[in-house]
Design a protein around this ligand. Sequence first.
Ligand code: PEP
Length: 263
Amino acid sequence: LVSREHHATRSVIRVGGVPIGPDTLSVIAGPCAVETPEQTLAAVLMAKQAGASLLRGGAFKPRTSPYSYQGLGERGLKILADVREETGLPVVTEVIDPGSVDMVASYADMLQVGARNMQNFALLQAVGRAGKPVLLKRGFSATIEEWLSAAEYIAQRGNLDIVLCERGIRTFETATRNTLDISAVPVVQRLSHLPVIVDPSHSGGRRDLVVPLTRAAIAAGADGVIIDIHPEPKTARCDGDQALIESDLREVADAVTILSPLM
Ligand code: PEP
């Protein structure tokens, strides 16, 4: 269902009325994790300066360590809904278990399935039935074939509103947190009709790499990027090292407007 054999032309997915797909370059941006109403609003206002048309923010955080910040849960979703009201940007947020899909879907415009859950088949089936577009991140040890099979689980439940997100894979390299597999963008776009976006924040894990990786993603033909922003990264409860700050926003906005004619 997700292959080009099923659907020859590339799909456009609408999220709260905002298109993601060919002929647009979507920026999804906001805090890695929702911490407070003030921090979330500040990050999303910064996201708008960077050219964002959708906001991101995690209320349920699937952290590697159980001692790391796990998110505000439903309280965080309410903050996201308030910030949508204030800024007009649709909400992209992660859901981590099948039992909370309906609850998360009642607040979100797009459900994110994170890298750690890419092969959580019960979750994939649940988001496939939820009636909301899905952002499916690539697992950090998943092949492209496994990633597309995961998308197939969602599609098989009747939901073809799926956007794929390359977010870096695990390699022998330790200079970056993960290795952005930039070739996955054109490879997947040839195999599948679904839009493909890139996460330059979680792949590199470093603020100084976000702009160069954004440029690389656009040059490779990605349909968008998803970026972490924080008003005060030093105090961030999650992934502060990769969060963009005020002085980076212009470069992202310029990369998006200047490079998108390349598409
Ligand atoms: C995220 O986007 O908040 C996230 C945890 O990303 P990933 O699943 O790619 O690690």
